[in-house]
Design a protein around this ligand. Structure first.
Ligand code: ADP
Length: 534
C-alpha cells in the first residue's frame, strides 16, 4: 500500500522560490574584483535568475544543455546557478585555476554550448578560442553599461540580456533525478572526471549540511563561503543558505587575510568555510595585526587535513568553533563533520584539540566503511587503517560519459586511507597514493606534516615518499619558514624526534620558499614528486 502524501519533486528551483517567498528581504551581499559591494536580497536573486532563465531560453538553451561558468563567488554566478539548474539545464562550474588546456578539455568534454564568465577570465578564454568552436555564446558577467571589447568569441553582455528579459519565467516541474549541476574533479590524483549532481541529490545534501550537527545554517546566520562556487558547489552554501533563509555574503576574488577579515567583520558573518590554506593566511594576518573576530561563531574547514596550529588558534584565541569536515567532489561534497556527541561535548584544552584532528562522523544519508585490500570490513577501533569507502544519497554512481562504474560492491572507493573509532569518528590518515611504506610499515604523510607545522617557525610543510634501497621508501620533508623566523634542519629534526616515532623522522629535510598548491588550494604532491623526478 502506498502512502497518501503529496509527492513534490525535490528541485533546485524550490530553494530559491522558498528564499524569495519567506526570506525575500534577507540580504545577499557580493563583492566584486575592485572591492565594491553589491547589496541584493533573496528576492532580487530570484527575480534576476528568472530573467536570466528567460534570456537563456531566448538563446536556444534547452533542458539538458550544459552551460559552463568561469566565475568567482559573486551574485551573478549565484543567479546563474539558480537560472541554469532551475530551467532544467546543467550548471557546469569550471575551476579557472586549472591549466588552460585542462579548461578547454573540460569544456569540450562537457559539450558546453554557452559559457558565462567574469570579465577577468576573458583573456584566458580568448586564448582557447580555437578549441571552443562548439560554444555558441559567451556571456560576460560584467557591470551594467561597460562596453564589450572586440573579441574572437561570440560575446554577449549579461546585464544587457537581463535588461530586456522578462521576470515572469515559471520554473518547470521535472523529475527530481534530472541532472542539475556538473563539476569535474580537480585532478589532484588523475585526469579530471565529471560528477553529475541531480536535483534530488543537491537538495538532500543542502538539507544535510544545514542540520545542527552539520554546519548548522539558520535564518539568524550570515554565511560566507570562501570555498569557491566552482569547488564542489561551494560545499552546498548557495543552496543551504536559500533553504534556511540565511544572509549570504559572497567575497569575490579578494581572499587574502586583510580583505577577508574586513568582510567578515563588516557583514557580521557568523559562519564561513574553506580549505586550510585560506585559514592559514587569515591567521597570519590576524596575528600580525593583532586583530580579533567579533561575530564569527563557526568556521568550517575541509578539503585537506587542517594543521592543529590553525585549529587551536581559531578556537583558543579567536573563540570560534572549528568544524573540520571530510568530503570530495564525488560526495557533493560534505559526507562527514566533526561535531561532538554528548560524550565529546565538554572536552577542553588538549583533549578537545586532539579530538578535533578527526575528519568527521557520517551525516545521515551517507555511510562510511573501511576495508582491507580484499574489500573486507576492518574494525572500528581508532587504530586499524583501511581503504575508506562511502555510499549515500549524494554520492556519485558514475562519471559523466565514462561507461565504467567506479563502484565496488555498491560502495564508492574514495582513494583515502582512514581509521574509524568506536564512536564512528573517521580520521583520514592519507590519500592511498601519498602513504609512505618504510620497512613494510606505513607512515602517514598527513601526520608528519601536522607535527612539523606545529613548530613555531614553520608556515607550511609537505612530506612525500622517496625510494630507499633498504627501507623501500623514506619520508622526505619540505618546509616553508614563517617570514622573519629561523630554524635549522637539525633543530627541526630534534623537534620531530621528541614528538614522533624515531623511524618516522625524515632523513632529508629541506627548506623552500613556497610549496605548490592545486587549483583547489591543497598541497600539490604530484607536482612535488615531479620536481624530484619521481
Ligand atoms: P581533489 O581530489 O582533486 O583534491 P576534491 O576536492 O574532491 O578534489 O578532494 C577530495 C579529497 O580531499 C579527499 O579524497 C581527501 O583526500 C581530501 N580531503 C578532504 N577532506 C579532508 C580532510 N578533512 N582531511 C584530509 N583529507 C581531506
Amino acid at each position: 500500500m502506498l502512502g497518501l502524501m503529496m509527492h513534490r519533486p525535490l528541485l533546485v528551483s524550490s530553494l530559491i522560490q522558498h528564499a524569495d517567498r519567506h526570506h525575500g528581504s534577507t540580504p545577499v551581499v557580493s563583492r566584486n574584483a575592485e572591492g565594491t559591494l553589491y547589496r541584493g536580497t533573496w528576492h532580487t536573486v530570484h527575480e534576476r535568475s528568472r530573467r536570466l532563465a528567460h534570456a537563456l531560453q531566448g538563446l536556444g538553451v534547452a533542458p539538458g544543455d550544459r552551460i559552463g561558468t568561469l566565475a568567482w563567488n559573486n551574485h551573478r554566478h549565484l543567479e546563474a546557478y539558480y537560472a541554469i539548474s532551475g530551467m532544467g539545464a546543467v550548471c557546469h562550474t569550471i575551476n579557472p585555476r586549472l591549466f588552460p588546456e585542462q579548461i578547454a578539455g573540460i569544456i569540450q568534454h562537457a559539450g558546453d554550448s554557452v559559457l558565462l564568465l567574469d570579465p577577468m577570465f576573458l583573456p584566458l578564454l580568448e586564448s582557447l578560442a580555437p578549441q571552443l568552436s562548439a560554444v555558441r555564446h559567451v556571456i560576460v558577467m560584467g557591470e551594467a553599461g561597460v562596453p564589450l571589447p572586440p573579441s574572437p568569441l561570440p560575446l554577449l553582455a549579461y546585464e544587457a540580456l537581463l535588461d530586456v528579459a522578462s521576470s515572469d519565467y515559471v520554473w518547470p516541474e521535472m523529475d527530481e533525478l534530472t541532472a542539475a549541476a556538473l563539476c569535474y574533479t580537480s585532478g589532484t590524483t588523475g585526469k579530471p572526471k565529471g560528477v553529475l549532481y541531480s536535483h534530488r541529490s543537491t537538495l538532500l545534501h543542502a538539507w544535510a549540511v544545514s542540520l545542527p550537527d552539520s554546519l548548522s545554517f539558520s535564518a539568524r546566520d550570515a554565511v560566507l563561503p570562501v570555498v569557491p562556487l566552482f569547488h564542489a558547489n561551494a560545499w552546498g552554501f548557495p543552496y543551504a543558505a536559500a533553504l534556511t533563509g540565511a544572509k549570504l555574503v559572497l567575497p569575490g576574488p579578494l581572499l587574502d587575510g586583510a580583505h577577508l577579515y574586513q568582510l567578515l567583520e563588516s557583514e557580521k558573518v557568523t559562519l564561513t568555510a574553506g580549505v586550510p590554506t585560506v585559514w592559514n593566511n587569515l591567521m597570519q594576518y590576524l596575528q600580525a595585526e593583532g586583530r580579533q573576530l567579533h561575530y564569527l561563531q563557526r568556521l568550517g574547514v575541509g578539503g585537506a587535513a587542517c594543521p592543529k596550529t590553525i585549529l587551536s588558534y581559531f578556537e583558543d584565541v579567536q573563540k570560534v568553533t572549528v568544524l573540520p569536515g571530510w568530503g570530495m567532489t564525488e560526495t557533493s561534497p560534505v559526507a562527514a563533520l566533526t561535531q561532538p556527541k554528548a560524550r565529546q561535548a565538554n572536552l577542553q584544552g588538549q583533549a578537545r584539540r586532539d579530538w578535533l584532528a578527526r575528519s568527521g562522523r557520517a551525516l545521515f544519508g551517507v555511510d562510511m566503511e573501511i576495508v582491507d585490500d580484499q574489500g573486507q570490513p576492518l574494525p572500528h577501533d581508532g587504530r586499524t587503517c583501511g581503504h575508506l569507502q562511502v555510499q549515500g544519497h549524494w554520492v556519485c554512481d558514475g562519471y559523466y560519459k565514462e561507461p565504467a562504474s567506479p563502484l565496488q560492491q555498491g560502495w564508492f572507493p574514495t582513494g583515502d586511507v582512514a581509521v574509524i573509532d568506536g564512536e564512528g569518528f573517521m580520521q583520514i590518515t592519507d590519500r592511498a597514493k601519498d602513504m609512505i611504506k618504510s620497512g613494510g610499515e606505513w607512515i602517514s604523510s598527513i601526520e608528519l606534516e601536522q607535527v612539523t607545522a606545529g613548530h613555531p617557525a614553520i608556515l607550511e610543510a609537505a612530506v612525500i615518499g622517496v625510494q630507499h634501497p633498504h627501507w623501500g621508501e623514506r619520508p622526505f620533508l619540505m618546509a616553508v619558514k614563517k617570514s622573519g623566523q629561523e630554524v635549522t634542519a637539525g633543530e627541526l629534526r630534534g623537534y620531530l624526534e621528541q614528538r614522533i616515532a624515531k623511524w618516522w623522522v625524515p632523513d632529508e629535510i629541506v627548506f623552500v620558499d613556497s610549496l605548490p598548491h592545486t587549483a583547489t588550494g591543497k598541497l600539490n604532491k604530484a607536482a612535488l614528486r615531479a620536481q624530484r623526478g619521481l
